[in-house]
Design a protein around this ligand. Structure first.
Ligand code: SF4
Length: 220
C-alpha cells in the first residue's frame, strides 16, 4: 500500500504546530523520567481521563511509591485517595495492583520489553503496551493508537476504520517506520488542541490544505 500523500510535509507541519502545546502525558513522562513503569501506570490512569488530571495524579502516586513492591504496600483506599479525581479510580487502583503483582511474579519486578509479555499484564492493551515500549524503552515496534490518533487519521483519509486496533494495523502498512515513534505524540497533541472531537479548529490547523476533513460536519 502507498504511504499517504504529502506525509512528510504533514508530519513536519504537525511538529511545528504542536511545539507550543503541552506534551501528551506518556511522552512527557517518557522524556523526563525514561521510566517504563511510570509510563505504564500513567497509561492505566489515563483511560477516559484528561492529561491535565492524569499527570498530577501520576506524580502524586510516584511520590509515595516508585516501584511495584512499594505500590503493593499501599492500601487500595490510599491509592484511590491519591489518584482521585481520575475517572474509574477504584477500578484503576485494582488494575495498578494487579499489574504490580504480575510484574513481580512473572517478570522479576521489571516491566517487560515485548508487546506479547506486556499484553499479559491486567489492564494493559496494545495502546498502553506500545506507549510503554516507545516512551519507556525507546523500542518502536508498533503505533500506539488512542482515540485522537484514530480520529485524526480517519479525518485525514489515511485510513477508513471504525476501531483503533484496526487503525493501528492499517497505519503500520502505510506509514514508514521512521515516523512511528512520533506519530502518537503528534496526533495526540494535535487532537487535544486543534483536531478536537466536535467542531475541530480547522481555521487554525497548519495541515488544513492537505486534509480532506472526512466525516467532519462542523468546524471552526
Ligand atoms: S483540517 Fe480540520 S479535520 Fe483536518 S486535521 Fe486539521 S483540524 Fe483536523
Amino acid at each position: 500500500m502507498n504511504q499517504p500523500k504529502n506525509l512528510s510535509k504533514i508530519i513536519s507541519l504537525l511538529h511545528k504546530q504542536t511545539k507550543e502545546f503541552v506534551l501528551p502525558i506518556a511522552t512527557k513522562i517518557g522524556s523526563e523520567d525514561r521510566s517504563p513503569f511510570k509510563v505504564l501506570i500513567s497509561c492505566i490512569l489515563s483511560l477516559r481521563t484528561k492529561d491535565t488530571t492524569t499527570g498530577p495524579a501520576t506524580e502524586r502516586l510516584f511520590k509515595v511509591a516508585k516501584t511495584p513492591t512499594q505500590m503493593l504496600k499501599l492500601s487500595d483506599k490510599r491509592i484511590e485517595k491519591i489518584i482521585y479525581p481520575v475517572s474509574f479510580f477504584r477500578n484503576k487502583t485494582k488494575f495498578i495492583k494487579g499489574a504490580c503483582r504480575k510484574i513481580l511474579k512473572d517478570f522479576n519486578g521489571k516491566v517487560p520489553k515485548t508487546m506479547e509479555e506486556l499484553l499479559t499484564i491486567p489492564g494493559i492493551g496494545r495502546k498502553c503496551g506500545g506507549l510503554t515500549l516507545i516512551y519507556g524503552y525507546n523500542i518502536t515496534k508498533s503505533i500506539p493508537v488512542d482515540t485522537h490518533l484514530h480520529r485524526g487519521s480517519n479525518r485525514l483519509g489515511w485510513v477508513k476504520t471504525k476501531m483503533p486496533e484496526k487503525t493501528e494495523q492499517e497505519l503500520m502498512k502505510i506509514i514508514p517506520k521512521k515516523h512511528w515513534h512520533d506519530l502518537n505524540n503528534l496526533l495526540v497533541a494535535h487532537g487535544q488542541n486543534i483536531c478536537v472531537p466536535v467542531s475541530p479548529f480547522c481555521s487554525k490547523c497548519k495541515i488544513n490544505k492537505y486534509c480532506p476533513k472526512i466525516g467532519v460536519k462542523r468546524r471552526r
